[in-house]
Design a protein around this ligand. Structure first.
Ligand code: TXA
Ligand code: MG
Length: 324
């Protein structure tokens, strides 16, 4: 087991991070979506540590992060043309491809699945790091299993302090919601996890609306599909305008206070009702409110369009932990 306490440093010393990775240690890295908990994917022991530190079931596979499209080829049997086209448009960026793996990818990464998940993150520090390591980085989100994903270095520190030696601080994540995960079924693109690249974004390139397979609770293709996930510790419900306001609760609204009282603790995701801004602020607001000592969190659903679908998906999974 990997449970010895270590001192967790926070900084932007790329050389230090590189040396930790080369020595088989884990580090937290920034991406445009959320912070990742990174290991050298060629080091099986380091990959196993990810599951131990996150307390994540080993049946739940990991995403590989590479720095260029060319680096995808050795990891897969065949890179489908449809994905090549999408990669040209969206990579680096928040799009993860599920592709039949090559023998280079260990079973620990894919948890025995035929397909491996690969993406090119859009963060200059992390791209530099992967290039310097000269190997793909395996990284799930840098939170404990089932807890809120981190979008700032301090969120990682709160959950993983003493468990990893270094958090590479790359500032606030610009997108704030995990990548969109896609695969191919009968030659058509299917979305397994809603994320920062919207179904509409993909449809524009594909000429058809990709299928959505994100709501099944049986045998999820991606763990983000399990019903509850990404949850705060404080009990969380959808905001209901018919309910009397609760002085001891924290409220999260999209753009304006929907309560009659202004003295209540309220957080706004985007004053201009910009859904990209709301996505960027979602987890950090949930982290803040979760640490605010409230008896309950009430959160408003946002319009179910574009990235709003991914926001509602995450809110729904947080709420589902407390209402099933
Ligand atoms: O934006 C993101 O994707 C972030 C950053 C750090 O890159 N990563 C992330 O990783 O969200 P994680 O492990 O928290 O979520 C990845 C999801 C999981 O639900 C996992 O089950 C699924 O991807 N996944 C990974 N590899 C898979 C595979 N081979 N087959 C099916 N699902 C897979
Ligand atoms: Mg995650």
């Amino acid at each position: 087991m990997y449970l010895c306490a270590v001192i967790t440093l926070v900084g932007n010393d790329l050389l230090k991070v590189l040396n930790f990775l080369r020595a088989g240690e884990l580090v937290a890295i920034p991406t445009e979506t959320v912070y990742g908990l990174a290991a050298d994917c060629m080091n099986d022991r380091a990959v196993q540590k990810i599951f131990e530190v996150k307390q994540r079931p080993t049946t739940n596979p990991l995403i590989l992060h590479v720095e260029s499209i060319e680096r995808i080829y050795p990891l897969v049997n065949e890179f489908p043309d449809t994905f090549k086209q999408l990669a040209k448009v969206f990579c680096p960026g928040p799009l993860t491809f599920l592709i039949k793996k090559s023998s280079l990818v260990s079973e620990y990464i894919t948890a025995g699945n035929e397909r491996v998940a690969i993406r090119i993150p859009k963060h200059p520090l992390t791209l530099k790091l992967i290039a310097a390591l000269d190997a793909p980085i395996a990284a799930p989100s840098a939170n404990l299993y089932g807890k809120l994903s981190p979008t700032e270095a301090k969120h990682v520190k709160n959950q993983l302090d003493g468990k990893i030696p270094y958090i590479l601080d790359g500032g606030e994540c610009q997108r704030g919601i995990e990548s969109t995960i896609i695969g191919l079924e009968k030659n058509e693109v299917v979305i397994y996890r809603l994320g920062s690249i919207t179904p509409e974004d993909l449809a524009q390139q594909l000429g058809y609306m990709p299928g959505l397979k994100v709501h099944s609770n049986d045998i999820p293709v991606a763990s983000g599909m399990v019903k509850y996930h990404y949850a705060p510790i404080t009990t969380c419900s959808f905001f209901d305008p018919m309910k009397p306001c609760d002085e001891s609760a924290g409220y999260i609204f999209l753009s304006k206070n929907l309560l009659s009282s202004s003295s209540i603790n309220i957080r706004i995701l985007s004053p201009t009702e910009n859904l990209d801004e709301a996505a960027k602020n979602l987890y950090s607001t949930l982290h803040d409110v979760d640490n605010g000592g409230f008896s309950h969190i009430y959160i408003e659903k946002v319009p179910d369009v574009g990235i709003g679908m991914a926001i509602n998906d995450r809110i729904g999974r947080a709420v589902a932990k407390f209402h099933f």
